[in-house]
Design a binder for this molecule. Sequence first.
Ligand SMILES: CC(=O)N[C@H]1[C@@H](OP(=O)(O)OP(=O)(O)OC[C@H]2O[C@@H](n3ccc(=O)[nH]c3=O)[C@H](O)[C@@H]2O)O[C@H](CO)[C@@H](O)[C@@H]1O[C@H](C)C(=O)N[C@@H](C)C(=O)N[C@H](CCC(=O)O)C(=O)O
Ligand SMILES: Nc1ncnc2c1ncn2[C@@H]1O[C@H](COP(=O)(O)OP(=O)(O)OP(=O)(O)O)[C@@H](O)[C@H]1O
Ligand SMILES: N[C@H](CCC[C@H](N)C(=O)O)C(=O)O
Ligand SMILES: [Mg+2]
Length: 488
Amino acid sequence: MKTLQEILYNVRIVAVQGNNNIAVPALRIDSRSVTPGDVFIAIKGVHADGHQFIDKAVSLGATAIVCETLPEEKPENVCFVQVADSALACGIIAGNFYDNPSHKLQLVGVTGTNGKTTIATLLFNLFTKLRFHCGLISTVENKIGDEVIPATHTTPDAISLQALLANMVDEGCFYAFMEVSSHAIHQQRIAGAKFAGGIFSNITHDHLDYHKTFDEYIRVKKLFFDNMPAAAFALTNLDDKRGTVMLQNTKAKKATYSLRTMADYKGKILENNLTGLVMQVNEKEVHFRLIGEFNAYNLLAVYGAAMLLGQDKDEVLQALSAINGAEGRFDYIVSDKEKVIGIVDYAHTPDALLNVLNTINNLRKGNEKVITVVGCGGDRDTTKRPVMAQVSVERSDRVIFTSDNPRSEDPAAIIKEMEAGVPVHLQRKTLSIVDRKEAIKTAVSMANPEDIILVAGKGHEKYQDIHGVKHPFDDKQVLRELLTLLGK
Ligand SMILES: CC(=O)N[C@H]1[C@@H](OP(=O)(O)OP(=O)(O)OC[C@H]2O[C@@H](n3ccc(=O)[nH]c3=O)[C@H](O)[C@@H]2O)O[C@H](CO)[C@@H](O)[C@@H]1O[C@H](C)C(=O)N[C@@H](C)C(=O)N[C@H](CCC(=O)O)C(=O)O
Ligand SMILES: Nc1ncnc2c1ncn2[C@@H]1O[C@H](COP(=O)(O)OP(=O)(O)OP(=O)(O)O)[C@@H](O)[C@H]1O
Ligand SMILES: N[C@H](CCC[C@H](N)C(=O)O)C(=O)O
Ligand SMILES: [Mg+2]
């Protein structure tokens, strides 16, 4: 077992009061989970300040407290470590506690508004196919080889992250691919992680509830690359307006990908339909199973990262061409009788919806109708609601607004905010049905042979969060059942 003194290595300490030569059985950031002997790290959060719970942690047996401000009363048998930034300290301490697992494998992080899960999952599948033992940390699931570990966040908190990476090292992983959310960068969840590479996909409207302004959102994403070591690579999308800025201050080796301009990894789409993409990748023509221009970007990012990690070009392209995308991302079914196409997609931002609907419209062969079922999550960025509604209605023949995960909000009120984004002359195209299953049912009943139904926003999710209760719900299963039930 490591001592407190040992796990404080590299932490900027302001003061220590008490004995730090004590063994540490576990680290906690939530006072409610403290057990005797643990170290409690008090972190300022969005809703509460961990410093309020120091007494509680001590009463449950914490033997050391890491905090930014020392409490007035300090029990003698508890060691208090005052630090400048306890979230940052937490990342470093967690790394030390778990023996810095990120130093023992090649860790690649993916950041950006859309595409993180797709890119990280493709990398995991690719490198597994290339016979490496790999780990994955993603919104859908975490994986160590074949073992699936359920995910609670896109990027876990610092302690869970380091514990997971340590398990990967113990299981013999050589590579780990992870999503790096902007929340995680801002909350220093990745502070103790050493990256071998970082990938930027794109940045568009999302999470303004948390970051407040777009500039702040960009600044936070950029910090990931600013802090990247010189030995790492930093791979960016040159076709994104902020692609160059992201790497402006990085010490890492810069590399680029693009569909539109000169870049290290250059793609050109030759064919794009329901059977996949044919793309020229640095002069080589390859067929991929993934659909849509946005996936051409994801594939280029994966290809570039594989090259930067020293893999063989031909082997990589051959393996990539046989790989499927992540669950719930442009996941489609075709009904038996009427050949209605049902697409389930995790598009929950204006840009993702725009890309998916543009892709669908490009796939249309004739007069098929596009019927979109979409909602917006509660307790999340409210400003994206009218924009997502507008994007949907401008690119669909019919749109049914419904609930996503209302969380603590009134779903009807969320729908009202969406409706506000619909231009008056397009209002006739829309319907609002709060119950998601009813909404999907209505879309199915409206569909004529070969029409396309897009059910957006929840992708792989298997539940609907209503007032904190997760009710089982699976868009793809519901869609499949209703297509059969209604004889389509
Ligand atoms: C907004 C946000 O990111 N919140 C995260 C944050 O919680 P918080 O700031 O609200 O914490 P808080 O309640 O204010 O408490 C502050 C501190 O006091 C502690 N505490 C609190 C209560 C108590 O009794 N005792 C105690 O010790 C808490 O453990 C915490 O350390 O820190 C927690 C611990 O790490 C996270 O679980 C929590 O994620 C919440 C559940 C969440 O929903 N986050 C989402 C928005 C999120 O992180 N999403 C991104 C992906 C987004 C995307 O890219 O699409 C993700 O990476 O998953
Ligand atoms: N490169 C891309 N550019 C724009 N949109 C994309 C891209 N890749 C995927 N999308 C769209 O965004 C949705 C979410 O994709 P994905 O899950 O890969 O992103 P993410 O960044 O992991 O999202 P989250 O922030 O929720 O973790 C997809 O269902 C698709 O509609
Ligand atoms: N990681 C994203 C997922 C949003 C998915 C959507 N279904 C919703 O619930 O808003 C978030 O937490 O904002
Ligand atoms: Mg994700």
